[in-house]
Design a protein around this ligand. Structure first.
Ligand SMILES: N=c1c2ncn([C@@H]3O[C@H](COP(=O)(O)OP(=O)(O)OP(=O)(O)O)[C@@H](O)[C@H]3O)c2ncn1[C@@H]1O[C@H](COP(=O)(O)O)[C@@H](O)[C@H]1O
Length: 107
């Protein structure tokens, strides 16, 4: 099966975690610790929110990419992966009242 963009990026992040901090952003950020990685997620989330409020669609796309990238770095640092997040979302499928309402046949 073809790898998704997220899966390819996860593999790159896993590899770059082992690189030298001089040659890799992932290695440099990882060396600074989980608190700093988490802080970067907060910063990127705020930048996404600001772009959204400004109606800056290109900005939202760029900041969302930064946000998801940093989230993947955090998941890797915690021994987790995107598949864990997808499994959680799958488990929630059909549990929301809104989803049930939307999927119920019209009377
Ligand atoms: N997708 C990304 C990616 N998105 C954002 N960034 C980096 O995230 C940083 C965010 O910018 P900021 O201005 O907020 O932060 P900064 O001032 O550079 O750094 P801080 O000291 O503030 O943490 C920038 O340095 C970007 O280069 C990324 N760095 C790497 N990747 C991917 O990760 C791969 C491995 O990268 P290296 O680890 O550098 O080899 C690359 O091939 C890319 O595919």
């Amino acid at each position: 099966m073809a790898q998704s963009t997220i899966e390819r990026l996860e593999a790159v992040i896993a590899e770059r975690r082992k690189a030298s901090a001089d040659s890799s952003y992932v290695a440099k950020l990882t060396a600074r610790g989980r608190q700093r990685i988490a802080q970067k997620i907060g910063e990127e989330a705020v930048e996404t929110v600001i772009a959204a409020i400004q109606g800056d669609a290109k900005g939202v796309v760029g900041e969302s990419a930064d946000l998801i990238f940093h989230l993947l770095v955090l998941l890797a640092d915690m021994g987790l992966g995107w598949s864990d997040v997808l499994a959680e979302l799958d488990a929630r499928e059909g549990t929301s009242g809104i989803t049930e309402k939307l999927s119920r046949p019209q009377e």
